[in-house]
Ligand binder design. Structure first.
Ligand code: ATP
Length: 914
């Protein structure tokens, strides 16, 4: 039992101890948990105590970050706005007054808005405050500060003037309270009509006028084609109308009519370049109105009412007056010419036009900025250009030729040009030493032809021949007009021909044969050229030229296209005095024979200065067809050279074949090759004919009586030149050793020239002087009698033979030297002995031939130098009773060959060989 109890006790103890142990453990755990919780609590408390500081710091950091980003963005936007404003309102539209100067916009570019002040943002660049005006709208100023408003007006006006070409902005001032005082600085503009003041009570008239302008511009300038002048300018690069800025500075309450007109201007003005800058008058609400409220030096714009604008200071008074004065001076000096390039088609459209029905090209701008066209065709066929010296005829011809040449290819159009006044400006159309280019359409250029009317005649004859050729072709093809001929003969080359004669009255001056023939040819060409595509353009500064035509109504009637330059007289019809009031560099173009209703005014661009012209010429020259040849240049001041004469180059001895290298394509009168050794005898070339082909005047020396030449006059150089050309050309037609040249010189002044010829002729030449000339005569005369065979050709070249009268008076072998000479002249040519001799006067020739009553038929041909026509009487010049129309002039001769000529032919002696 005790055991049981003991056991029980033991078990209870064990149980209690176990329970105690586990209680202790749980207690320990609980305590540990308590500690941990207490620690967590403490840590949490500590952490909680730290939270507000950190969050605040984070918030502050974020706020600072946002502030920085905001500032940077504002800065960037302000910078961008500033740059955009500088782009929008560059130069005069936006720069500060110090250093300000006008910077007109380029053609077609919009003028853009104008700066009146700046918008200032804290810590950021300032941004220009811009106000649109020209081409965009109107500006309305308000605010108690009248001076501040007037300063803004001055700023807007000066900047507008600076953005436009001089004269392109016109101001109309209405300032009834201060009678223009607000615009006083701009007063110099009124001297050029660029500023007009309207007095008190004139507002209605001013507004009526603006409304009229708007209506006119809409009807005639925009004409439904463009919505605004701005659009027109962008499309065409032209601005035919100025901007009109009406500055209205206060006044009475507007009447109903005025209000209505003002509303119209506000609504419709901007498209037509009519603008208002207004203070003290209400403007109706309209999107084109920019409203500026001025308070002291600040302003607010209705476009961004939240931003305050710091206004620029007003422009310095001296800047306003100086600029206005300068603009007025420039405008008073005349409008700058429109550029020549305006007359040209785009490069890729050059040479695209067809001339079958006519030639049309612009010559300048009309008052509305539209091109004024000139047409040559069946109607009008020919043109007359007139204007006093210096008014721009030559320039107009350049402009017209350029505009045509850029449109029509050389296959469609050819030019022939003749300038009777001194000067060489037309020479540039031909190939020159300095500039190898030429105008591919140009076939002939005659310059310095003022004394050589024969050249004009030659041109007219050439054109008459071309007219005949065309008329024949038309007849063959049974058509009547060029356009029809071109249709039926598409392979043929039938360009229209435009022949321009500047100072053409020179051609018709005098009452001689040249003038008569020229007038006849002109009349024929004018009448029949129309249908064959040959057009005449005659220019004259001189009323006499026109009057020369006036005597021939049939001729004048054909010139239906009239172009009158400022102050031109009698080019237009009698009651049409439009040319009298023309500004500089303008022309009245009239295709109605000068009747007033046909008037069109054109502003002519500058086309004649070297740079302007040569750009076009070089371009067209590079486009020329591969076979294009340069134009023939006839320069009346130039002395031709024998070695370069095509007819000389083509000469060769009989039997020689082929042509010498570098020669022309064909001997121009067929002389050389057919002549050499042929039955017609060799040819002595004497000088260049004044014609369109640079041919040589030649005298044939067949075995026939009278084939001798007399050179008459005292001109030593000219006489030597004629004899030298004759001898050298003859020499070229004989093989060495087959012809003799005997040179006798009796004038010491001619000695050098004669000796140089002697050297050039080499072994075939013999030299004589006063000592042995009698011997030469005797020998030659005696030689003619021997045998019947003609013997080898012998040419006697006698210089100043009249000076040998003494020596030839001596008797040798039963006859005097003069008798021998007469015998040679008489009998020589049939035996191939030809005398080419220079007598220093007609009387001396007659004396050597046997006196005034002697026969002269042994002188078959002569060249007269400084000998009056009247001296060349019937004996020498059987064609006319009183001798030829010949007035001596330097380095010219009149050549007459009885065998071939009806009238004398003017020649230019060849210059001394180099
Ligand atoms: N439309 C123009 N624009 C600018 N300058 C021009 C214009 N027309 C002519 N000129 C200039 O005026 C001057 C005279 O012109 P031009 O030689 O054409 O006159 P002209 O009537 O032919 O005179 P003249 O009969 O004396 O030769 C030249 O210097 C020329 O460059």
């Amino acid at each position: 039992m005790p055991d049981l109890r003991t056991q029980l006790v033991t078990r209870v103890r064990a149980m209690l101890s176990h329970a105690l142990g586990s209680s202790r453990t749980r207690l320990g755990t609980a305590r540990a948990e308590l500690d941990a919780a207490a620690q967590r609590l403490r840590r949490t408390r500590e952490a909680a105590a730290r939270v507000p500081g950190r969050v605040g710091a984070e918030r502050d950091r974020r706020i600072a970050d946002l502030t920085d980003r905001y500032a940077a963005q504002i800065d960037r936007l302000a910078g961008q706005a500033s740059a955009a404003a500088a782009r929008e309102a560059p130069g005069a539209a936006g720069t500060d007054w110090p250093g300000w100067r006008p910077t007109p916009v380029n053609r077609g570019e919009p003028p853009g808005p104008l700066r009146i002040g700046t918008v200032r943002l804290p810590d950021s660049p300032t941004v220009p405050a811009l106000v649109p005006l020209l081409d965009v709208g109107h500006v309305h100023l308000s605010g108690a500060d009248r001076t501040g408003c007037d300063d803004v007006v001055a700023t807007l006006l000066l900047r507008s003037l600076g953005r436009a070409d001089p004269g392109a902005v016109r101001l109309i001032g209405y300032d009834p309270e201060h009678l223009g005082g607000g615009l006083a600085g701009f007063a110099p503009l009124s001297t050029a009509g660029l500023l007009t003041f309207v007095g008190p009570g004139g507002l209605a008239r001013l507004l009526d006028d603006l409304v009229d302008q708007i209506r006119r511009i809409n009807e005639t300038v925009l004409a439904g084609e463009y919505r605004s002048l701005r659009e027109l300018a962008a499309a065409t690069g032209r601005r035919p109308e100025p901007w009109r800025v009406a500055v209205l500075l206060g006044g009475e309450e507007l009447s109903r009519h005025e209000r209505g007109q003002l509303d119209r201007v506000v609504r419709t003005g901007a498209a037509c370049g009519v603008h208002l800058v207004v203070r003290g008058i209400e403007l109706p609400p309209d999107p084109t109105v920019c409203r500026v409220v001025v308070t002291g030096a600040e302003a607010r714009l209705d476009s961004c009412p939240d931003l305050s604008v710091r206004l620029d200071p007003p422009p310095p008074a001296t800047l306003v007056t100086e600029t206005s004065r300068e603009i007025a001076t420039r405008v008073n000096a005349g409008p700058p010419p429109t550029p020549f390039t305006d007359l040209l088609p785009p490069v890729d459209e050059m040479w695209r036009e067809d001339s079958a029905h006519g030639l049309t090209a612009p010559i300048g701008d009309g008052p509305q900025g539209r091109p004024v066209l000139l047409t040559l065709g069946d109607y009008p066929p020919h043109a007359l250009i007139g204007g006093p010296s210096g008014t721009g005829k030559t320039n107009l011809i350049f402009a017209w030729i350029g505009a045509l040449a850029a449109r029509y290819s050389p296959a469609e159009l050819e030019f022939y040009l003749l300038d009777f006044k001194e000067g060489v400006s037309f020479a540039r159309f031909a190939q020159g030493r300095r500039d190898p280019s030429w105008l591919p359409h140009m076939r002939l250029v005659g310059i310095n032809v003022n004394t050589d009317r024969e050249f004009g005649l030659a041109l007219l004859r050439f054109l008459a021949e071309e007219l005949r050729r065309r008329a024949d072709a038309a007849k063959r093809h049974e058509v009547t007009k060029l356009s029809e001929l071109r249709t039926v003969d598409p392979q043929g080359r039938w360009p229209r021909i435009v022949a321009v004669v500047d100072e053409f009255q020179m051609l018709l001056a005098g009452r001689d044969a040249v003038a008569r023939e020229a007038a006849d040819l002109l009349e024929d060409l004018a009448r029949r050229g129309r249908s064959q595509g040959i057009h005449l353009v005659l220019a004259s500064q001189d009323v006499r030229g026109i009057e020369a035509l006036w005597g021939r109504p049939a001729l004048v009637a054909q010139f239906t296209l009239r172009i009158a330059l400022p102050k031109a007289l009698r080019i237009l019809a009698e009651r049409n005095d439009a040319a009298q009031t023309l500004p500089r560099h303008h022309a009245v173009v009239n295709a109605e024979s000068g009747m007033p209703e046909g008037n069109q005014t054109a502003r002519i661009p500058a086309a004649s200065d070297w740079g302007t012209w040569s750009d076009l010429q070089h371009r067209l020259w590079r486009m020329r067809p591969p076979d294009a040849a340069p134009a023939r240049l006839f320069d009346g001041d130039a002395i031709p050279r024998l070695d370069e004469a095509p007819d000389f180059v083509a000469l060769r001895p009989p039997g020689a074949s082929g042509r010498s290298g570098g020669g022309p394509e064909q001997p121009t009168d067929g002389s050389a090759e057919r002549v050499a050794g042929g039955t017609r005898g060799p040819v002595a070339l004497l000088g260049e004919i004044i014609d369109v082909q640079a041919r040589s005047a030649g005298m044939r020396l067949p075995r026939a009586p009278g084939r001798n030449l007399a050179v008459l006059g005292t001109g030593v150089d000219e006489a030597c030149a004629v004899l030298e050309a004759a001898a050298r050309s003859l020499r070229r037609q004989h093989r060495p050793g087959t012809a003799r040249f005997s040179i006798a010189c009796l004038d010491p002044d001619a000695d050098t020239a004669a000796r140089s010829l002697y050297d050039a002729l080499g072994d075939d030449a013999a030299w004589y002087d006063e000592e042995d000339i009698a011997e030469l005569m005797a020998e030659t005369a005696n030689g003619l009698g021997r045998g019947s065979a003609p013997g080898e050709p012998h040419y006697l070249l006698l210089y100043a033979v009249d000076a040998a009268a003494g020596q030839l008076g001596v008797t040798v072998g039963g006859r005097t030297g003069l008798e021998h000479l007469r015998h040679i002249l008489h009998n020589g040519p049939e035996r191939r002995t030809h005398t080419l001799a220079w007598w220093r006067g007609v009387a001396r020739l007659r004396a050597d031939l046997g006196g005034p009553a002697s026969r002269t038929d042994q002188i078959g041909a002569w060249v007269a130098l400084d000998v009056q026509g009247a001296e060349l009487t019937t004996a020498l010049y059987p064609a006319a009773g009183s001798g030829p129309d010949w007035y001596p002039r330097p380095w010219r001769g009149l050549f007459f060959d009885r065998a071939v000529h009806r009238t004398g032919q003017v020649i230019i002696p060849y210059g001394p060989s180099r």
